[in-house]
Design a protein around this ligand. Structure first.
Ligand SMILES: [Zn+2]
Length: 507
Protein backbone atom coordinates (compact mmCIF):
# COMPACT_ATOMS: atom_id res chain seq x y z
CA UNK A 1 0.00 0.00 0.00
CA UNK A 2 1.26 3.46 -0.85
CA UNK A 3 2.02 5.76 2.08
CA UNK A 4 -0.37 8.66 2.53
CA UNK A 5 0.60 11.62 0.35
CA UNK A 6 2.42 14.36 2.22
CA UNK A 7 0.44 17.54 2.51
CA UNK A 8 2.98 20.33 2.11
CA UNK A 9 5.84 19.94 -0.37
CA UNK A 10 9.09 21.17 1.07
CA UNK A 11 10.35 24.45 -0.33
CA UNK A 12 14.07 25.30 -0.29
CA UNK A 13 14.68 28.49 1.69
CA UNK A 14 16.29 31.31 -0.31
CA UNK A 15 19.11 31.89 2.12
CA UNK A 16 21.67 29.19 2.77
CA UNK A 17 21.70 29.95 6.50
CA UNK A 18 17.99 29.12 6.69
CA UNK A 19 18.59 25.59 5.41
CA UNK A 20 17.98 22.82 7.90
CA UNK A 21 20.91 21.10 9.53
CA UNK A 22 21.10 17.74 7.77
CA UNK A 23 24.33 16.43 9.21
CA UNK A 24 22.42 14.69 12.01
CA UNK A 25 20.99 12.23 9.49
CA UNK A 26 23.35 9.80 7.83
CA UNK A 27 22.56 10.55 4.17
CA UNK A 28 24.21 9.05 1.16
CA UNK A 29 24.23 10.57 -2.31
CA UNK A 30 23.92 8.31 -5.34
CA UNK A 31 25.19 9.73 -8.63
CA UNK A 32 25.37 8.18 -12.08
CA UNK A 33 26.67 10.13 -15.08
CA UNK A 34 25.75 9.95 -18.75
CA UNK A 35 28.35 11.46 -21.04
CA UNK A 36 27.89 12.31 -24.69
CA UNK A 37 31.22 12.67 -26.50
CA UNK A 38 31.67 13.64 -30.12
CA UNK A 39 33.64 10.90 -31.87
CA UNK A 40 36.71 12.14 -33.76
CA UNK A 41 36.04 11.15 -37.36
CA UNK A 42 36.60 12.76 -40.75
CA UNK A 43 33.00 12.33 -41.91
CA UNK A 44 29.60 12.16 -40.25
CA UNK A 45 27.97 8.99 -38.88
CA UNK A 46 25.78 8.07 -41.85
CA UNK A 47 26.93 10.26 -44.78
CA UNK A 48 30.17 11.55 -46.29
CA UNK A 49 29.76 15.18 -45.13
CA UNK A 50 32.83 16.46 -43.30
CA UNK A 51 32.49 16.30 -39.50
CA UNK A 52 34.90 19.22 -39.14
CA UNK A 53 32.32 21.98 -39.22
CA UNK A 54 33.61 24.26 -36.45
CA UNK A 55 34.43 27.30 -38.59
CA UNK A 56 32.06 26.60 -41.49
CA UNK A 57 29.16 28.91 -42.38
CA UNK A 58 25.78 27.46 -41.26
CA UNK A 59 24.24 24.67 -43.34
CA UNK A 60 27.25 24.12 -45.59
CA UNK A 61 28.19 20.62 -44.32
CA UNK A 62 24.91 19.02 -45.31
CA UNK A 63 23.47 16.48 -47.78
CA UNK A 64 20.14 14.68 -48.26
CA UNK A 65 21.07 12.12 -45.55
CA UNK A 66 21.90 14.51 -42.71
CA UNK A 67 19.12 16.88 -43.80
CA UNK A 68 16.75 13.94 -43.35
CA UNK A 69 15.26 14.22 -46.85
CA UNK A 70 12.77 11.47 -47.77
CA UNK A 71 14.37 8.52 -49.51
CA UNK A 72 17.94 9.29 -48.48
CA UNK A 73 19.67 6.19 -47.11
CA UNK A 74 22.27 6.09 -44.31
CA UNK A 75 25.62 4.27 -44.61
CA UNK A 76 27.47 3.37 -41.40
CA UNK A 77 30.81 5.12 -40.73
CA UNK A 78 33.19 2.25 -39.97
CA UNK A 79 35.73 4.52 -38.29
CA UNK A 80 33.11 5.76 -35.79
CA UNK A 81 32.23 2.16 -34.91
CA UNK A 82 35.91 1.26 -34.44
CA UNK A 83 36.57 4.33 -32.29
CA UNK A 84 33.56 3.50 -30.11
CA UNK A 85 34.84 -0.07 -29.71
CA UNK A 86 38.30 1.34 -28.86
CA UNK A 87 36.66 3.47 -26.18
CA UNK A 88 34.79 0.49 -24.80
CA UNK A 89 37.98 -1.58 -24.65
CA UNK A 90 39.86 1.23 -22.90
CA UNK A 91 37.01 1.25 -20.37
CA UNK A 92 37.28 -2.52 -19.84
CA UNK A 93 33.98 -3.22 -21.59
CA UNK A 94 32.89 -6.39 -23.30
CA UNK A 95 32.02 -6.08 -26.99
CA UNK A 96 29.05 -8.36 -27.75
CA UNK A 97 28.95 -10.13 -31.10
CA UNK A 98 25.57 -8.72 -32.05
CA UNK A 99 24.55 -5.10 -32.14
CA UNK A 100 22.01 -3.03 -34.03
CA UNK A 101 20.82 0.50 -34.60
CA UNK A 102 17.42 1.75 -33.45
CA UNK A 103 15.30 4.78 -34.16
CA UNK A 104 14.63 7.01 -31.17
CA UNK A 105 11.57 9.04 -32.05
CA UNK A 106 10.91 12.55 -30.86
CA UNK A 107 9.90 15.85 -32.37
CA UNK A 108 12.15 18.87 -32.03
CA UNK A 109 13.24 21.42 -34.65
CA UNK A 110 16.94 20.47 -34.41
CA UNK A 111 16.15 16.89 -35.47
CA UNK A 112 15.26 16.95 -39.20
CA UNK A 113 14.25 13.27 -39.55
CA UNK A 114 11.96 13.32 -36.52
CA UNK A 115 14.05 10.49 -35.09
CA UNK A 116 17.64 9.93 -34.08
CA UNK A 117 19.49 6.79 -35.06
CA UNK A 118 20.75 5.43 -31.73
CA UNK A 119 21.09 2.06 -30.04
CA UNK A 120 18.48 0.66 -27.69
CA UNK A 121 18.84 -2.89 -26.40
CA UNK A 122 21.98 -4.07 -28.22
CA UNK A 123 24.72 -1.46 -27.70
CA UNK A 124 28.28 -1.78 -29.01
CA UNK A 125 29.97 -2.11 -25.60
CA UNK A 126 28.76 -3.21 -22.15
CA UNK A 127 29.91 -3.90 -18.58
CA UNK A 128 33.07 -1.82 -18.18
CA UNK A 129 34.72 0.15 -15.39
CA UNK A 130 36.73 3.32 -14.95
CA UNK A 131 39.20 4.00 -12.12
CA UNK A 132 40.02 7.43 -10.80
CA UNK A 133 41.56 9.01 -7.73
CA UNK A 134 39.77 11.07 -5.10
CA UNK A 135 41.90 12.63 -2.37
CA UNK A 136 44.66 10.14 -3.12
CA UNK A 137 42.33 7.12 -2.87
CA UNK A 138 41.64 4.87 -5.84
CA UNK A 139 37.95 4.48 -6.74
CA UNK A 140 36.30 2.50 -9.49
CA UNK A 141 32.90 3.13 -11.07
CA UNK A 142 31.09 0.76 -13.38
CA UNK A 143 30.34 1.60 -17.02
CA UNK A 144 26.92 0.26 -17.99
CA UNK A 145 27.31 0.69 -21.72
CA UNK A 146 28.89 2.66 -24.55
CA UNK A 147 26.73 3.10 -27.61
CA UNK A 148 26.86 5.10 -30.81
CA UNK A 149 24.32 7.64 -31.97
CA UNK A 150 24.17 10.77 -34.09
CA UNK A 151 24.16 14.41 -33.04
CA UNK A 152 21.35 16.85 -33.76
CA UNK A 153 21.52 20.23 -35.45
CA UNK A 154 21.95 23.41 -33.46
CA UNK A 155 19.31 26.05 -32.78
CA UNK A 156 20.42 29.68 -32.62
CA UNK A 157 18.09 32.24 -31.10
CA UNK A 158 18.50 35.82 -32.34
CA UNK A 159 16.89 39.18 -31.61
CA UNK A 160 15.75 41.02 -34.73
CA UNK A 161 16.05 44.77 -35.31
CA UNK A 162 12.27 45.22 -35.00
CA UNK A 163 12.24 43.74 -31.50
CA UNK A 164 10.96 40.32 -32.54
CA UNK A 165 13.08 37.22 -32.15
CA UNK A 166 13.80 34.31 -34.46
CA UNK A 167 15.12 30.81 -34.03
CA UNK A 168 17.59 29.75 -36.71
CA UNK A 169 18.70 26.22 -37.43
CA UNK A 170 22.23 25.13 -38.38
CA UNK A 171 22.42 21.50 -39.50
CA UNK A 172 26.21 21.27 -39.86
CA UNK A 173 26.29 19.24 -36.62
CA UNK A 174 23.37 17.05 -37.68
CA UNK A 175 24.57 13.44 -38.05
CA UNK A 176 27.99 13.92 -36.42
CA UNK A 177 28.83 10.70 -34.51
CA UNK A 178 28.32 10.75 -30.76
CA UNK A 179 29.21 8.15 -28.17
CA UNK A 180 26.99 7.87 -25.15
CA UNK A 181 28.92 6.54 -22.17
CA UNK A 182 26.49 5.51 -19.44
CA UNK A 183 28.00 5.10 -15.98
CA UNK A 184 26.61 2.97 -13.15
CA UNK A 185 25.23 4.89 -10.14
CA UNK A 186 28.47 4.18 -8.26
CA UNK A 187 29.51 7.76 -7.47
CA UNK A 188 28.90 8.99 -3.92
CA UNK A 189 29.78 12.69 -4.00
CA UNK A 190 30.17 15.68 -6.35
CA UNK A 191 33.96 15.33 -5.87
CA UNK A 192 33.85 11.76 -7.12
CA UNK A 193 31.72 12.83 -10.07
CA UNK A 194 34.25 15.51 -11.01
CA UNK A 195 37.23 13.13 -10.80
CA UNK A 196 35.35 10.46 -12.79
CA UNK A 197 34.65 13.00 -15.54
CA UNK A 198 38.24 14.21 -15.60
CA UNK A 199 39.51 10.62 -15.85
CA UNK A 200 36.99 9.79 -18.59
CA UNK A 201 37.87 12.87 -20.62
CA UNK A 202 41.58 12.10 -20.22
CA UNK A 203 40.99 8.55 -21.44
CA UNK A 204 39.07 9.73 -24.52
CA UNK A 205 41.87 12.15 -25.38
CA UNK A 206 44.58 9.50 -24.82
CA UNK A 207 43.02 7.09 -27.30
CA UNK A 208 42.15 9.82 -29.80
CA UNK A 209 38.42 9.08 -29.53
CA UNK A 210 37.26 12.65 -28.84
CA UNK A 211 38.64 16.13 -28.22
CA UNK A 212 36.70 16.08 -24.94
CA UNK A 213 36.21 19.81 -25.30
CA UNK A 214 33.35 20.67 -22.94
CA UNK A 215 33.10 24.36 -23.85
CA UNK A 216 32.65 23.48 -27.54
CA UNK A 217 30.02 20.88 -26.69
CA UNK A 218 32.16 17.90 -27.74
CA UNK A 219 31.85 16.46 -24.20
CA UNK A 220 28.50 16.83 -22.45
CA UNK A 221 27.30 15.40 -19.20
CA UNK A 222 23.93 14.70 -17.60
CA UNK A 223 23.62 13.34 -14.08
CA UNK A 224 21.17 11.13 -12.21
CA UNK A 225 21.13 12.06 -8.55
CA UNK A 226 19.24 10.51 -5.65
CA UNK A 227 19.56 10.50 -1.89
CA UNK A 228 19.01 7.77 0.67
CA UNK A 229 19.72 7.27 4.32
CA UNK A 230 22.61 4.92 4.95
CA UNK A 231 20.31 2.52 6.85
CA UNK A 232 18.06 2.35 3.78
CA UNK A 233 14.97 3.58 5.68
CA UNK A 234 14.40 6.49 3.29
CA UNK A 235 15.14 6.37 -0.44
CA UNK A 236 14.51 9.45 -2.55
CA UNK A 237 13.49 9.36 -6.22
CA UNK A 238 15.96 9.72 -9.08
CA UNK A 239 16.39 13.27 -10.34
CA UNK A 240 18.04 13.93 -13.70
CA UNK A 241 20.16 17.09 -13.87
CA UNK A 242 20.94 18.65 -17.25
CA UNK A 243 22.44 21.79 -18.72
CA UNK A 244 25.87 21.64 -17.07
CA UNK A 245 28.44 23.07 -19.46
CA UNK A 246 31.74 22.85 -17.60
CA UNK A 247 33.43 20.66 -15.01
CA UNK A 248 32.83 23.42 -12.50
CA UNK A 249 29.14 23.57 -13.42
CA UNK A 250 28.81 19.81 -12.90
CA UNK A 251 30.38 20.03 -9.47
CA UNK A 252 28.31 23.05 -8.42
CA UNK A 253 25.05 21.63 -9.76
CA UNK A 254 25.60 18.30 -8.00
CA UNK A 255 26.54 20.03 -4.76
CA UNK A 256 23.33 22.07 -4.94
CA UNK A 257 21.20 19.06 -5.83
CA UNK A 258 22.75 16.96 -3.06
CA UNK A 259 21.85 19.64 -0.51
CA UNK A 260 18.39 20.27 -1.96
CA UNK A 261 17.49 16.59 -1.70
CA UNK A 262 18.90 16.25 1.83
CA UNK A 263 16.97 19.33 2.90
CA UNK A 264 13.74 17.93 1.54
CA UNK A 265 14.19 14.50 3.10
CA UNK A 266 15.33 15.92 6.45
CA UNK A 267 12.21 18.05 6.68
CA UNK A 268 9.86 15.25 5.72
CA UNK A 269 9.16 17.05 2.48
CA UNK A 270 8.46 15.65 -0.92
CA UNK A 271 10.85 14.89 -3.73
CA UNK A 272 9.58 13.86 -7.14
CA UNK A 273 11.16 11.98 -9.99
CA UNK A 274 11.87 14.72 -12.50
CA UNK A 275 14.34 16.38 -14.83
CA UNK A 276 15.94 19.57 -13.55
CA UNK A 277 18.10 22.10 -15.36
CA UNK A 278 21.13 23.84 -13.88
CA UNK A 279 20.90 27.64 -14.03
CA UNK A 280 24.52 28.77 -13.96
CA UNK A 281 23.87 32.45 -13.21
CA UNK A 282 21.68 31.71 -10.18
CA UNK A 283 23.49 28.62 -8.96
CA UNK A 284 20.30 26.53 -8.67
CA UNK A 285 18.56 23.66 -10.44
CA UNK A 286 14.98 24.21 -11.59
CA UNK A 287 12.32 21.70 -12.53
CA UNK A 288 11.96 21.14 -16.29
CA UNK A 289 9.63 18.19 -16.48
CA UNK A 290 8.24 15.50 -14.21
CA UNK A 291 7.91 11.78 -14.81
CA UNK A 292 4.40 12.19 -16.21
CA UNK A 293 5.83 14.40 -18.94
CA UNK A 294 8.75 12.07 -19.71
CA UNK A 295 9.34 11.16 -23.34
CA UNK A 296 8.19 7.93 -24.80
CA UNK A 297 10.75 7.46 -27.53
CA UNK A 298 9.03 4.47 -29.19
CA UNK A 299 12.31 2.81 -30.12
CA UNK A 300 12.12 0.65 -33.24
CA UNK A 301 14.94 -1.20 -35.04
CA UNK A 302 16.39 0.98 -37.83
CA UNK A 303 15.06 -0.64 -41.05
CA UNK A 304 17.60 1.07 -43.33
CA UNK A 305 20.67 -0.40 -41.60
CA UNK A 306 21.61 -4.06 -41.14
CA UNK A 307 22.39 -5.43 -37.67
CA UNK A 308 26.16 -5.55 -37.11
CA UNK A 309 28.22 -8.58 -36.26
CA UNK A 310 31.30 -7.48 -34.34
CA UNK A 311 33.73 -10.40 -34.64
CA UNK A 312 36.94 -10.88 -32.69
CA UNK A 313 38.78 -10.40 -35.99
CA UNK A 314 37.56 -6.81 -35.82
CA UNK A 315 37.96 -6.29 -32.06
CA UNK A 316 41.40 -7.82 -31.39
CA UNK A 317 43.44 -5.53 -33.68
CA UNK A 318 41.75 -2.56 -32.02
CA UNK A 319 42.65 -3.91 -28.59
CA UNK A 320 46.26 -4.47 -29.66
CA UNK A 321 46.41 -0.93 -31.04
CA UNK A 322 45.47 0.70 -27.74
CA UNK A 323 48.19 3.03 -26.44
CA UNK A 324 49.53 2.87 -22.90
CA UNK A 325 46.59 4.20 -20.89
CA UNK A 326 46.84 7.11 -18.41
CA UNK A 327 46.94 5.15 -15.14
CA UNK A 328 49.59 2.73 -16.41
CA UNK A 329 51.73 5.53 -17.77
CA UNK A 330 51.44 7.50 -14.52
CA UNK A 331 52.58 4.48 -12.50
CA UNK A 332 55.45 3.79 -14.90
CA UNK A 333 56.68 7.40 -14.69
CA UNK A 334 56.61 7.13 -10.91
CA UNK A 335 58.60 3.89 -10.79
CA UNK A 336 60.84 4.21 -13.84
CA UNK A 337 61.89 7.83 -13.35
CA UNK A 338 61.57 8.16 -9.58
CA UNK A 339 59.11 11.05 -9.89
CA UNK A 340 56.66 11.98 -7.13
CA UNK A 341 53.10 10.68 -7.71
CA UNK A 342 51.85 14.25 -8.22
CA UNK A 343 54.60 14.97 -10.75
CA UNK A 344 53.84 11.77 -12.64
CA UNK A 345 50.13 12.63 -12.68
CA UNK A 346 50.78 16.10 -14.03
CA UNK A 347 53.19 14.92 -16.72
CA UNK A 348 50.76 12.24 -17.92
CA UNK A 349 47.61 14.36 -17.69
CA UNK A 350 47.83 14.84 -21.45
CA UNK A 351 49.25 12.20 -23.75
CA UNK A 352 51.04 14.81 -25.91
CA UNK A 353 52.89 16.24 -22.89
CA UNK A 354 53.93 12.77 -21.72
CA UNK A 355 55.15 12.03 -25.26
CA UNK A 356 57.26 15.22 -25.40
CA UNK A 357 58.66 14.44 -21.96
CA UNK A 358 59.80 10.96 -22.94
CA UNK A 359 61.16 12.13 -26.29
CA UNK A 360 63.14 14.88 -24.51
CA UNK A 361 64.79 12.30 -22.23
CA UNK A 362 66.57 10.69 -25.14
CA UNK A 363 67.13 6.98 -25.62
CA UNK A 364 68.79 6.02 -22.36
CA UNK A 365 66.49 8.00 -20.04
CA UNK A 366 68.92 8.41 -17.11
CA UNK A 367 67.17 9.15 -13.83
CA UNK A 368 69.15 12.35 -13.22
CA UNK A 369 67.97 13.68 -16.53
CA UNK A 370 64.41 12.43 -15.94
CA UNK A 371 64.06 14.52 -12.78
CA UNK A 372 65.65 17.63 -14.28
CA UNK A 373 63.51 17.40 -17.42
CA UNK A 374 60.35 16.95 -15.34
CA UNK A 375 61.26 20.02 -13.29
CA UNK A 376 61.78 22.21 -16.35
CA UNK A 377 58.46 21.12 -17.88
CA UNK A 378 56.42 21.38 -14.67
CA UNK A 379 57.99 24.52 -13.20
CA UNK A 380 58.77 26.60 -16.24
CA UNK A 381 57.42 25.36 -19.56
CA UNK A 382 53.84 24.71 -18.44
CA UNK A 383 53.70 28.20 -16.95
CA UNK A 384 55.08 29.69 -20.15
CA UNK A 385 52.53 27.68 -22.17
CA UNK A 386 49.71 29.08 -20.02
CA UNK A 387 51.04 32.64 -20.33
CA UNK A 388 51.08 32.24 -24.12
CA UNK A 389 47.56 30.80 -24.15
CA UNK A 390 48.65 27.48 -25.68
CA UNK A 391 46.35 24.44 -25.64
CA UNK A 392 46.45 22.23 -22.55
CA UNK A 393 48.41 19.56 -24.42
CA UNK A 394 51.04 21.91 -25.90
CA UNK A 395 54.43 23.06 -24.65
CA UNK A 396 56.32 26.12 -25.96
CA UNK A 397 59.45 23.99 -26.67
CA UNK A 398 59.96 20.88 -28.78
CA UNK A 399 61.46 17.68 -27.34
CA UNK A 400 64.78 18.49 -29.08
CA UNK A 401 64.86 21.96 -27.52
CA UNK A 402 64.11 20.59 -24.05
CA UNK A 403 66.81 17.94 -24.45
CA UNK A 404 69.35 20.60 -25.42
CA UNK A 405 68.30 22.83 -22.51
CA UNK A 406 68.78 20.10 -19.91
CA UNK A 407 72.17 19.18 -21.41
CA UNK A 408 73.33 22.80 -21.32
CA UNK A 409 72.40 23.20 -17.66
CA UNK A 410 73.77 19.80 -16.59
CA UNK A 411 77.08 20.48 -18.32
CA UNK A 412 77.27 23.84 -16.60
CA UNK A 413 77.30 25.79 -19.85
CA UNK A 414 74.44 27.92 -18.65
CA UNK A 415 73.24 28.66 -15.14
CA UNK A 416 69.70 27.80 -14.09
CA UNK A 417 68.99 31.46 -13.70
CA UNK A 418 70.23 32.36 -17.17
CA UNK A 419 68.24 29.45 -18.60
CA UNK A 420 65.05 30.82 -17.08
CA UNK A 421 65.82 34.15 -18.70
CA UNK A 422 66.55 32.45 -22.01
CA UNK A 423 63.37 30.36 -22.32
CA UNK A 424 60.84 33.09 -23.20
CA UNK A 425 63.29 34.62 -25.70
CA UNK A 426 63.93 31.49 -27.78
CA UNK A 427 62.85 31.56 -31.39
CA UNK A 428 60.46 28.88 -32.56
CA UNK A 429 62.81 25.96 -33.27
CA UNK A 430 66.03 27.54 -32.05
CA UNK A 431 68.10 25.27 -29.84
CA UNK A 432 68.77 26.75 -26.38
CA UNK A 433 72.55 26.42 -27.01
CA UNK A 434 72.21 28.65 -30.07
CA UNK A 435 69.86 31.02 -28.28
CA UNK A 436 72.17 31.33 -25.28
CA UNK A 437 75.01 32.26 -27.59
CA UNK A 438 72.90 34.75 -29.53
CA UNK A 439 71.74 36.44 -26.31
CA UNK A 440 75.13 36.20 -24.61
CA UNK A 441 73.76 34.05 -21.77
CA UNK A 442 76.37 31.29 -21.70
CA UNK A 443 78.12 30.86 -18.36
CA UNK A 444 81.09 33.08 -17.64
CA UNK A 445 84.13 30.86 -17.90
CA UNK A 446 86.44 33.85 -17.49
CA UNK A 447 87.62 33.90 -13.85
CA UNK A 448 88.71 37.52 -14.14
CA UNK A 449 85.20 38.67 -15.01
CA UNK A 450 83.76 36.75 -12.05
CA UNK A 451 86.38 38.23 -9.72
CA UNK A 452 85.68 41.76 -10.99
CA UNK A 453 81.96 41.31 -10.40
CA UNK A 454 82.58 39.89 -6.91
CA UNK A 455 84.91 42.76 -6.09
CA UNK A 456 82.32 45.30 -7.27
CA UNK A 457 79.63 43.61 -5.16
CA UNK A 458 81.86 43.77 -2.08
CA UNK A 459 82.61 47.45 -2.59
CA UNK A 460 78.97 48.31 -3.11
CA UNK A 461 77.76 46.53 0.06
CA UNK A 462 79.98 47.54 2.99
CA UNK A 463 77.31 46.78 5.60
CA UNK A 464 76.80 43.22 4.36
CA UNK A 465 80.56 42.74 4.24
CA UNK A 466 81.00 43.87 7.84
CA UNK A 467 78.13 41.58 8.89
CA UNK A 468 79.94 38.69 7.23
CA UNK A 469 83.25 39.53 8.76
CA UNK A 470 81.53 40.02 12.12
CA UNK A 471 80.52 36.37 12.05
CA UNK A 472 77.19 36.34 10.14
CA UNK A 473 78.45 33.88 7.54
CA UNK A 474 74.98 33.61 6.00
CA UNK A 475 75.35 37.20 4.79
CA UNK A 476 77.40 35.84 1.90
CA UNK A 477 74.12 34.85 0.26
CA UNK A 478 73.36 38.54 -0.35
CA UNK A 479 76.77 39.02 -1.94
CA UNK A 480 76.37 35.95 -4.16
CA UNK A 481 73.07 37.36 -5.36
CA UNK A 482 74.61 40.78 -6.00
CA UNK A 483 77.52 39.25 -7.91
CA UNK A 484 75.18 37.08 -9.99
CA UNK A 485 73.16 40.16 -10.85
CA UNK A 486 76.29 41.95 -12.03
CA UNK A 487 77.10 39.05 -14.38
CA UNK A 488 73.58 38.91 -15.75
CA UNK A 489 73.09 35.53 -14.05
CA UNK A 490 75.82 34.02 -16.20
CA UNK A 491 78.35 33.23 -13.47
CA UNK A 492 78.16 29.80 -11.87
CA UNK A 493 77.05 30.14 -8.23
CA UNK A 494 79.82 27.80 -6.98
CA UNK A 495 82.50 29.86 -8.71
CA UNK A 496 81.00 33.08 -7.33
CA UNK A 497 80.96 31.75 -3.79
CA UNK A 498 84.58 30.57 -4.03
CA UNK A 499 85.67 33.91 -5.43
CA UNK A 500 83.83 35.88 -2.73
CA UNK A 501 85.22 33.74 0.08
CA UNK A 502 88.73 34.22 -1.32
CA UNK A 503 88.32 37.99 -1.52
CA UNK A 504 86.60 38.43 1.85
CA UNK A 505 88.83 36.15 3.89
CA UNK A 506 92.14 37.27 2.42
CA UNK A 507 91.90 40.95 3.17
ZN1 LIG B 1 25.49 14.71 -44.84
Amino acid sequence: MDPAPRAVPFRIPDRLEDWLPTTAVDFETIIGLEVHAQVLTLSKMYCSCSADYADAPPNTHVCPVCLGLPGALPVINRSAIETTIRTGLALNCAVPLHCKMDRKNYVYPDLPKGYQISQYDLPLCIDGALSFEVDGKLRTAGITRVHIEEDTGRLVHVENADGTSSSLIDLNRSGVPLMEIVGEPDLRSPDEAREYLIALRQMLRYIGASTGNMEEGAFRCDANVSTRTKDGSVVGPKVEVKNMNSFRAVERALRYEEQRQRQALASGGELVQETRGWVEAEGVTVSQRTKEMAHDYRYVPEPDLPPLEITSAMVEPIREGLPELPAARRDRFHHEFGLQPAESAQLTSERAIADIYEAALGVEKPVERAKATANWILNDLMGLARARGLAADALPLTAAQIHDLVTLVQEGKITGRAAKELLPQLNETELPSAGAERLNLLSLEDAHLVRDAAQAAIEANPVVVSDYRGGKRAAIGRLIGETMKRTGGRAKPDAVRAQLVALLDNE
